[in-house]
Design a protein around this ligand. Structure first.
Ligand SMILES: NC(=O)c1ccc[n+]([C@@H]2O[C@H](COP(=O)([O-])OP(=O)(O)OC[C@H]3O[C@@H](n4cnc5c(N)ncnc54)[C@H](OP(=O)(O)O)[C@@H]3O)[C@@H](O)[C@H]2O)c1
Length: 261
């Protein structure tokens, strides 16, 4: 289909997350943290969930954990979400895919003068081209009303020293979000991003050197709401963006006020 021949208007559907029942959602980065929490929430509302991540053993454990709580189908797709061919293979295997959530992406830090490009290259390239590759694989395959949701972070609006390349990369993803929202609107596809504050996940615990629940709780006391977000709180924003057919080109902030304090 040409982008110059618009479809009928985006379909009207219930904007409640329960309306995702029976929909298929591909989560690129689904074996841990926010992506895994999104998978569990989606399964709880009856969606067919496909989790993609590189480490097959961790992926299998994550999918098994969701299956213990629901009878909804949970599909494991071991692969690299920055590889467009792997993404296309995932779409082909799944047949129908209604929504894509990309939570893959690491955090590469280091002061500018001590951190050459090679040290940040993989994380930065992976974040930008991972989002781009997911969009390329999805754009011709999602149905009208389908959506793509990318991940960003509040360091974009409230930077910390020593993370310039990672912060630049999330800025690129937010730019991509808005540009693709415009470009893919004639296909009646929606593209959004979520700007997270600190969320209690393996990524955050590793990045901040927080070894256990007590250390996480202590660190979170300085946040405006007295703690950091749970992965489930962060993930629920993704369900909102999938379910609400009139949101596109938006960056939703889920940061407990961290960008204000
Ligand atoms: N947690 C926070 O405080 C926070 C704050 C701001 C933004 N974010 C962003 O939110 C997103 C989710 O973060 P999180 O805390 O949930 O991270 P996480 O717990 O580390 O989970 C990341 C997931 O992505 C997968 N992954 C990473 N690279 C991948 C690749 N190339 N292909 C396929 N899967 C890949 C990982 O599995 P494998 O390694 O096995 O592939 C894992 O399942 C990230 O983009 C992160 O930068 C997080």
């Amino acid at each position: 289909m040409s982008l110059t021949t618009p479809l009928a208007p985006v379909p009207v559907a219930s904007p409640m997350p329960a309306a995702l029942e029976g929909r298929t959602v591909l989560i690129v980065g689904g074996s841990s943290g926010i992506g895994l929490a999104a998978g569990a929430l989606l399964a709880s509302v009856g969606a067919r969930v496909a989790l993609m991540a590189r480490d097959a053993a961790r992926l299998s454990a994550a999918a098994g954990g969701i299956r213990e709580t629901t009878s909804a189908p949970v599909i494991e797709l071991a692969g690299d979400g920055t590889d467009e061919g792997a993404l296309e293979g995932a779409f082909d295997r799944l047949g129908q895919v209604d929504h894509v959530l990309v939570t893959a992406g690491g955090f590469a830090a280091g002061p500018l003068l001590e951190t050459p490009r090679e040290r940040v290259g993989q994380a930065v390239d992976g974040r930008i081209w991972g989002a781009y590759a997911a969009a390329r694989a999805a754009a011709g395959r999602l149905p009208a009303g389908g959506s793509l949701t990318f991940s960003s972070g509040v360091y974009l609006s409230r930077p910390i020293p020593g993370a310039s390349a990672s912060i630049a990369a999330i800025g690129a993803v937010e730019g991509l979000t808005k540009a693709l929202a415009v470009e893919l609107a004639p296909r009646r596809l929606r593209v959004n991003a979520i700007r997270y504050g600190v969320v209690d996940t393996p990524l955050a615990r590793g990045a901040f050197g927080l070894a256990d629940d007590a250390a996480m709780a202590a660190a979170g006391q300085g946040a405006p709401l007295g703690r950091f977000a749970t992965a489930e709180e962060a993930a629920s924003a993704a369900l909102f963006l999938m379910a609400n057919g009139y949101v596109t080109g938006s960056v939703i902030t889920v940061d407990g006020g961290q960008s204000l304090a």
